[in-house]
Design a protein around this ligand. Structure first.
Ligand SMILES: C[S@@+](CC[C@H](N)C(=O)[O-])C[C@H]1O[C@@H](n2cnc3c(N)ncnc32)[C@H](O)[C@@H]1O
Length: 243
């Protein structure tokens, strides 16, 4: 039994879930999941306690109904000390969102989970090991399973060197991907076939716009006394106002 949730409902729901994933990027993931072909799976690498998993599963249930495979060894993260497993919290959070039936929880690393994998992937969401080598390995391992037109999204681009470099080199720098979208620190694109010159110009323009957004975001992040930050302090607004 799964529940159909609007983005506004999901936004409220995930406020009670520990994690590092915002509402604007959540809506992007929700849309990508809603349009994911159910002949393939939505693969999440790095679930933690389920913020992004909930956005993915809610989008899939409201859309075409692709299943979510949530892969994480649940042994903690470099972002948080303590070695308690996060699997129970993930399952409890999916249960209370009414989305447990839409998600296969896989307690394994991405490297272990891809071993013997045979299903096409219609959406690949990478939020696991944030080192350059780790993010690159995740893309290398799963990219061969992407269906035509599949979407790939990375968390913590722009502000984390590893995911940003992999996205720039392997996605933005490749003519195999187009349809770029970004929100907060998430960047996404779609696998494509050969593009016409017009489509290629549109692709290059989107890549340039994305780079400009990254410069603004980094300037905003690094400039403690900048206008935007001062305005946020005065008006109590958050960086979600960007884009
Ligand atoms: C930043 S957290 C993910 C946050 C989550 N997406 C959210 O929305 O809250 C990173 C997660 O990646 C997991 N992880 C680290 N290396 C991994 C790997 N090789 N394969 C799969 N997951 C991995 C960690 O266990 C951790 O839970």
């Amino acid at each position: 039994m799964t529940t159909e949730l609007t983005p506004t409902h999901v936004d409220e729901l995930v406020r009670g879930v520990d994690g590092w994933f915002g509402g604007r990027e959540g809506r992007l993931l929700y849309r990508l999941a809603a349009s994911a072909d159910p002949a393939g799976a939505i693969v999440e690498i790095g679930s933690w306690q389920g913020r992004s998993t909930i956005w993915l599963a809610a989008g899939a249930c409201a859309g075409r109904g692709a299943r979510v495979v949530a892969i994480d060894p649940h042994r903690g993260t470099s972002l948080r000390t303590g070695d308690e497993s996060t699997e129970a919290a993930l399952r409890a959070n999916l249960d209370s969102a009414g989305l447990a039936g839409a998600v296969e929880v896989v307690v394994a690393t991405s490297e272990e989970a891809v071993d013997g994998w045979t299903r096409p992937v219609s959406l690949l969401w990478i939020d696991g090991d944030h080192s350059y080598e780790g993010a690159l390995r995740d893309l290398d391992l799963w990219e061969p399973h992407l269906a035509d037109g599949a979407a790939v999204a990375f968390h913590d681009t722009f502000v984390w060197r590893g995911p940003e470099r992999v996205f720039r080199e392997r996605i933005a720098g490749s003519r195999d991907y187009t349809g770029f979208e970004w929100a907060e620190t998430t960047s996404a694109a779609r696998r494509c076939g050969r593009l016409s010159w017009r489509e290629d110009v549109a692709r290059r323009t989107a890549v340039a716009r994305r780079a400009a957004y990254g410069i603004r975001l980094r300037a905003y992040d690094g400039n403690m006394l900048g206008y935007a930050r001062l305005r946020d302090v005065l008006t109590n607004r958050r960086s979600e106002t960007l884009k």
